[in-house]
Design a protein around this ligand. Structure first.
Ligand code: AMP
Ligand code: ZN
Length: 136
């Protein structure tokens, strides 16, 4: 289940060279070509899924386990001081490559990177309504 026009399908399949730091039957973990920090990695499923919204449950679980293992190895081998997991879904959320990927970004004191948003205010009524809509 791959998409012949998808660059991450080709990278995950090993058809395009990448700096692979970990590989399983279902995933390849590679260094991001334009890293935010030293060691910035991407967890890529070998099968093509557009993003989290169509990623099977079991693959989502496995991706998180791989993220944890990758984070631990970044801490051990690169001595990073923290780690961000970032995962963008659809253009509105900043997704630029439409094949699921999970960013694992090692963070260093004074690395001068920022992963930020501006906090917004909602009224109590709005917050109650949002919570009601999302409640399962
Ligand atoms: P996103 O904005 O979440 O879709 O992130 C896409 C990421 O893919 C960016 O961080 C890019 O630097 C990275 N990227 C794009 N092309 C390649 C490539 N050929 N190899 C490795 N990383 C890539
Ligand atoms: Zn793909």
């Amino acid at each position: 289940m791959t998409d012949c026009n998808c660059i991450f399908c080709k990278i995950a399949a090993g058809e395009i060279p990448s700096r692979t730091i970990r590989e399983t039957e279902e995933f390849r973990v590679v260094l991001d070509v334009a890293p935010a920090t030293k060691g910035h990695a991407l967890i890529l499923p070998k099968n093509h899924y557009r993003n989290l919204l169509d990623l099977p449950q079991e693959m989502a679980q496995k991706a998180m386990v791989l993220a944890k293992e990758t984070a631990l190895s970044m801490k051990e081998s690169l001595g990073c001081d923290g780690i961000n997991l970032v995962q963008n879904n659809e253009e509105a959320a900043g997704q630029t490559v439409f094949h699921f990927h999970l960013h694992v970004i090692p963070r260093y004191e004074k690395d001068e990177q920022k992963i930020v948003w501006t906090p917004r205010e909602f009224s109590r009524e709005e917050m109650d309504e949002i919570a009601d809509k999302l409640k399962r």
